[in-house]
Design a protein around this ligand. Structure first.
Ligand SMILES: C[S@@+](CC[C@H](N)C(=O)[O-])C[C@H]1O[C@@H](n2cnc3c(N)ncnc32)[C@H](O)[C@@H]1O
Length: 321
């Protein structure tokens, strides 16, 4: 392919994701769980015009997200993963990258000029304050994070022996994927999940994890001798990260343990440059190296002990108070 042809096709690559995202928003894939349907049947289920429905259905077939067998459209192995009730569903992960994520990316040049996130530039608030004002977006975001977290933290209890602790608190733990895995393996351990009030109200943990409503920029309760801080610092700039780490230091007892889990750019083969741009437009932040996380934690008086690989992306940095 010539460079000109490559570019012409590259400019419209996002049409593919937008087509799939529209299908998720319309619950189109869910309508097909019970079996293949004609365009008329699908359009009636979705209360849309048959002609418009066919445009979307044919778009989905063209990018291999649906199969067309005779006159019926059927789910395939990709679109099955985008249905609500699939145990491994990525529907909300798909939805997460539309809406405000696209608005933010559309304004990337403004964030590059100002160094601020889209939400700071446009609304003078952080992304998490923006989510707090919109419960549906907040829920979609946390369902998306939970889907990532379920995969990312599945081995956490193999990598870290939490039995050396009496209690562990997952600070900013979202819907609790990491702490549930810890509790499942170490049933004697007192486990706490701390997050913002609206998040805790919606979290649906079944095992015996205690729920705490809180704000890591304010006081963090002194309930555990170990704290997990996973995928939090990459959301915040230096100043905010230091505030969080100072509060964690106050919350832990002498010799308490802090587990910082992040994608450390120096520890992996994956290039994090585009994710860093995402962190800028969303959160006024960027992906850091392990040295940068260690320097941040040292500033708040934590002593670095060791690093352990959690998976292909994430590293656990272990600190002591
Ligand atoms: C990127 S998510 C990480 C979630 C989870 N730890 C994980 O690794 O998947 C950031 C989390 O920080 C929480 N958060 C944001 N601001 C917070 C605050 N001020 N106090 C407590 N939690 C907060 C969000 O609600 C969200 O659950």
């Amino acid at each position: 392919m010539s460079n000109r042809d490559f570019l012409k096709s590259f400019f419209t690559e996002h049409w593919k994701y937008m087509t799939v995202s529209a299908a998720c928003k319309l619950n189109l894939f869910d309508v097909l769980v019970s079996g293949g349907k004609t365009s008329l049947e699908i359009s009636e289920c979705l209360s849309i015009k048959k002609q418009n429905g066919e445009l979307l259905l044919n778009g989905l077939v063209s990018i291999d997200f649906l199969d067309k067998v005779k006159s019926k459209y059927e789910l395939n192995n990709l679109s099955k993963l985008l249905t609500d009730n699939h145990p491994e569903t990525l529907k909300y992960t798909c939805l997460n990258w539309s809406g405000e994520h696209l608005d933010a990316w559309s304004d990337l040049e403004e964030s590059i000029k100002t160094g601020n996130s889209f939400f700071e530039n446009k609304y003078k608030i952080s992304y998490f304050d923006f989510l707090n004002e919109n419960e549906e977006k907040l829920d979609h975001y946390h369902k998306a994070m939970f889907a990532y977290a379920k995969d990312d933290y599945k081995d956490i209890a193999d990598v870290i022996d939490f039995s050396i602790h009496k209690s562990v608190m997952d600070v900013g733990g979202g819907y609790g994927a990491a702490i549930s895995n810890v509790k499942e393996r170490f049933s004697e351990l007192d486990c706490y999940l701390l997050d913002l009030e609206l998040v805790i109200d919606r979290s649906n943990l079944l095992n015996d994890v205690k729920l705490l409503k809180g704000d890591f920029f304010k006081e963090i309760p002194k309930v555990s001798d170990a704290i997990i801080l996973s995928r939090i610092l990459h959301d915040w700039n230096e100043e905010k990260s230091t505030q969080i780490l100072n509060n964690l230091y106050q919350a832990l007892p002498e010799h308490g343990t802090l587990y910082i889990i992040e994608n450390c750019s120096d520890k992996i083969d994956v290039d994090l440059s585009l994710l860093s741009l995402n962190m800028l437009v969303m959160c006024d932040s960027f992906e850091r190296s392990s040295y940068e996380y260690i320097a941040l934690a040292n500033e708040s008086q934590f002593k670095f002990i060791e690093a352990k690989k959690l998976n292909e992306l994430q590293t656990i940095l272990i600190f002591k108070k």
